[in-house]
Design a protein. Structure first.
Length: 199
């Protein structure tokens, strides 16, 4: 699905009208509760078990981030090689969460929800399921990082109980060899690390 303004891959949807938009055309605004519409959607969350699901996750990762490897917490992960959860509606994957286990924590390496399904609680349910799994594995924390421009992700994670625990200046700019333009034209430079204690 292409951005309504330029045709590039859309990774967000407008919170008011629902149009698909790319990061360049996202505008950060304050909205009242009645203007944020939650979309009803019936979906299931399950562990990834098939090669077909892995291929679809690979497609989504390339669409959202333009590359299959993600740098987070000083580690580089190939998303398709990680355990993952998927949310499916009518037999189609609408969102996914790929993660990695550490000794006492689980890192959310990549979380993506198709723009037309954002606002349907898909991301929240994927994280809820991962939190259940992490607790059953006796992990103490969930970890996630985002770029400094991704204010929607930062707000989302904090609303779920994550707290900023560290800022790594210029990590993302160094990875790409340049300062890229991000959401709303903000420069992408820094990695913001968040954690949620599970005990």
């Amino acid at each position: 699905m292409g951005c309504s303004y330029c045709g590039r891959d859309a990774v967000y949807s407008c919170g008011v009208c629902g149009k698909p938009i790319c990061p360049e055309h996202v505008k950060l605004r304050t909205l009242c509760t009645s203007c944020v519409k939650e979309r009803g959607l019936k979906y299931i969350v399950a562990c990834v078990v098939s090669g077909k699901e892995r291929r679809k996750i690979g497609e989504l990762v390339r669409r959202f981030w333009g590359e299959e490897e993600q740098l987070t917490f000083d580690r580089t992960f190939r998303v398709n090689d990680l355990p993952a959860l998927v949310a499916s509606a009518d037999g189609k994957i609408v969102g996914f969460l790929a993660y990695a286990e550490l000794t006492d924590a689980v890192i959310i390496v990549a979380l993506g929800v198709l723009p037309q399904f954002q606002g349907s609680m898909v991301g929240r349910r994927l994280i809820d399921r991962l939190e259940e799994r992490a607790k059953s594995m006796r992990k103490r924390r969930l970890l996630v990082s985002t770029s400094n421009d991704d204010l929607p992700a930062l707000a989302f994670y904090q609303s779920l109980g994550f707290q900023i625990c560290e800022v790594k200046p210029n990590v993302i700019a160094k990875k790409h060899g340049a300062v890229l333009k991000g959401i709303g034209g903000l420069p992408i430079r820094d990695e913001l690390r968040l954690q949620k204690n599970l005990r």
